[in-house]
Write a protein that binds this ligand. Structure first.
Ligand code: THU
Length: 144
């Protein structure tokens, strides 16, 4: 069993996700998301959603963080914090990762050890495993 995430780490991840959310580029949906991805080596890589006039090239905050990390050589991950709400300072909802982002997580993360934190503040958050969010998934093991 993997060690529990300590509360300081969770708070740091939420704070970094909130900071990244400020950089969201969302002229179309005005829905701003930030993510902070924790590598097993302790490094944190952030991401925000980046929209596009052609709509489909839009990328979610979670995938921005994953692709940044993988492109920097980080492939082992411990947790991700996600904050999202309509534009504005206040986080009014828990923003659960979309299905495509869950699938990307399953490519790199252990279903039982990787934890997803969805937060409305540093004190108000929910933590769940990737398996809870993506049960019975198709993943690298199917091909390998
Ligand atoms: N979005 C994310 O960044 N992450 C998710 O998991 C769900 C949706 C973004 C994409 C788009 O820019 C906006 O939120 C509205 O869908």
């Amino acid at each position: 069993m993997v060690e529990e995430l300590d509360q300081n780490t969770v708070r740091t991840l939420i704070a970094e996700a909130a900071e990244a959310r400020r950089r969201a580029y969302t002229p179309y949906s005005h829905y701003q998301v930030g993510a902070a991805l924790l590598g097993k080596d302790g490094r944190i890589v952030t991401g925000c959603n980046i929209e596009n006039a052609a709509y489909t090239p839009t990328i979610c905050a979670e995938r921005t963080a994953f692709f940044k990390a993988v492109s920097e050589g980080i492939r082992e991950f411990r947790a991700i914090a996600v904050v999202g709400s309509p534009a504005g300072e206040t986080l009014t909802q828990y923003a659960y990762p979309c299905g495509v982002c869950r699938q990307v997580m399953a490519e790199f993360c252990s279903l039982d050890d990787f934890e997803i934190i969805v937060a409305r503040s540093e004190e108000d958050y929910r933590v769940m495993t990737l398996r809870a969010l993506l049960p019975e998934c198709f993943g690298p093991d199917n091909l390998g």
